[in-house]
Design a protein around this ligand. Structure first.
Ligand code: BDR
Ligand code: CA
Length: 314
C-alpha cells in the first residue's frame, strides 16, 4: 500500500480523487489536508467530510485545515465552474471535527515520520506545500514523491489563456515548490487532461448505470461542471485531479512522460501562473517529470470499477 496525503481544495473532481484515496486498496490515506482554492473554504471542508461519508469511511481519515489564502494574494475561487462543489448536496456536520493540528504541520510531521515513504498528492493551489517548504528545510527531502495537478504544457490555460487554475491562484507558491528539490510528477491541464480525461455523455451514462451510491454521488457532483465545460466547448466533465491520484497508484496507466525544468510566472500582465516547461535546450536541469500521455480507456475502466464499489454512506 502507498502511504498518501491528499492536499485538496475539495470540489467535484477533488472529491473523486478523494474517493480514490479512500477506496482503492492500494492506497493508505494517512490524511486529507485542505487548502484554499476552488470554492469557499468551509464548503470545501464540508465536501471532504461528505466524500468520506459517501465512501463509508467518515471518521477514519484525519482532516487538517490549512492555508485559507494564497501566500501573497487574495484568494480567488472558481465557483462559476464548481458552484458549491457537490451539486447542492448537504450533510449535517455534527460530530465531524477537523484535527487541531494545522495542515502544514501535519504534512511536515507525516513526511518526517516516514522519510522517503510518503507520497503527497497536491490537487489544489500549492500554498500548503510551499508553506511547509518554508517552515521545514527537510520537508522536500522527506517527501517520497510529490504529485501535482497543475500547469499546462502547451500554453492552453483554463483560467486565463496562459494559465491553469491551481498555479494561477498561487503562482508564488508554485514557484517555491518547483525550486524546492522535491521528486515532482506533474499532471497538467493540457494536453493530457483535455485529451485523455474528459468524460463525455456515453461514459457518463455508463457510470450512471452502475447504480451504486458512489456512482450516484459522482453523477451529481459532476453535473455543474459538465454544464460549465459544455459552455466553453468541452463535451464532457474534466478529471485532472482523479487522474493525478489514479496515476500514483497505477503508474502503468502512464504511456509517456518526460523530464522538464518547470518554472512558474509570478509577474506577467497576461501570463500570471504560466508554467514554463523547458525541455533541455535552455541549460536548466530538469526538476519535474511531466505526464504527457495516459491510457484513457484504462483510466476510465479503473474509475468505473472504483465507482462500482458497493459501499453505503452512514
Ligand atoms: C484544477 O482546478 C480545479 O478546477 C480542479 O479542482 C483542478 O484541481 C484544474 O485546473
Ligand atoms: Ca483541485
Amino acid at each position: 500500500m502507498t502511504p498518501l496525503v491528499i492536499d485538496t481544495d475539495t470540489a467535484q473532481d477533488d472529491c473523486v480523487a478523494l474517493l480514490i484515496g479512500l477506496l482503492d486498496p492500494r492506497a493508505d490515506l494517512r490524511a486529507i489536508t485542505m487548502v484554499a482554492g476552488n470554492v469557499g473554504f468551509d464548503d470545501q471542508v464540508h465536501n471532504a467530510f461528505l466524500t468520506c461519508n459517501v465512501a463509508g469511511r467518515l471518521g477514519e481519515v484525519p482532516l487538517h485545515l490549512g492555508c485559507r489564502q494564497p501566500l501573497e494574494r487574495p484568494w480567488q475561487g472558481a465557483q462559476d465552474v464548481h458552484g458549491d462543489g457537490v451539486g447542492g448536496l448537504r450533510m449535517d456536520l455534527t460530530g465531524c471535527a477537523p484535527e487541531d493540528e494545522h495542515a502544514v504541520d501535519a504534512l511536515i510531521r507525516l513526511a518526517a515520520e516516514n522519510p522517503g515513504e510518503l507520497t503527497v498528492v497536491a490537487i489544489g493551489p500549492l500554498t500548503n506545500i510551499a508553506t511547509a517548504v518554508r517552515r521545514d528545510p527537510s520537508f522536500a527531502r522527506n517527501v517520497g514523491g510529490l504529485h501535482v495537478m497543475g500547469g499546462s504544457n502547451n500554453g492552453r490555460g483554463n483560467i486565463t489563456a496562459a494559465a491553469e487554475f491551481n498555479f494561477w491562484v498561487d503562482p508564488e507558491a508554485a514557484r517555491i515548490v518547483f525550486d524546492a528539490g522535491f521528486r515532482v510528477t506533474v499532471v497538467p491541464w493540457a494536453p493530457v487532461t483535455l485529451e485523455r480525461a474528459v468524460f463525455g455523455p456515453a461514459r457518463l451514462d455508463e457510470i450512471a448505470a452502475l447504480g451504486t451510491p458512489v456512482s450516484r454521488f459522482f453523477d451529481r457532483i459532476c453535473a455543474q461542471t459538465l454544464e460549465f465545460d459544455r459552455s466553453v466547448g468541452i463535451d464532457g466533465t474534466t478529471h485532472p485531479d482523479s487522474l493525478t491520484a489514479a496515476l500514483v497508484l497505477h503508474p502503468e496507466l502512464v504511456l509517456r512522460s518526460a523530464d522538464y525544468h518547470v518554472d512558474v510566472e509570478t509577474e506577467g500582465r497576461i501570463t500570471r501562473g504560466y508554467a514554463a516547461m523547458s525541455w533541455g535546450v535552455h541549460g536548466q536541469a530538469p526538476n519535474a517529470t511531466v505526464v504527457e500521455d495516459v491510457d484513457a480507456p484504462g483510466f476510465f475502466g479503473y474509475l468505473k470499477d472504483l465507482l462500482s464499489t458497493p459501499v453505503q454512506p452512514a
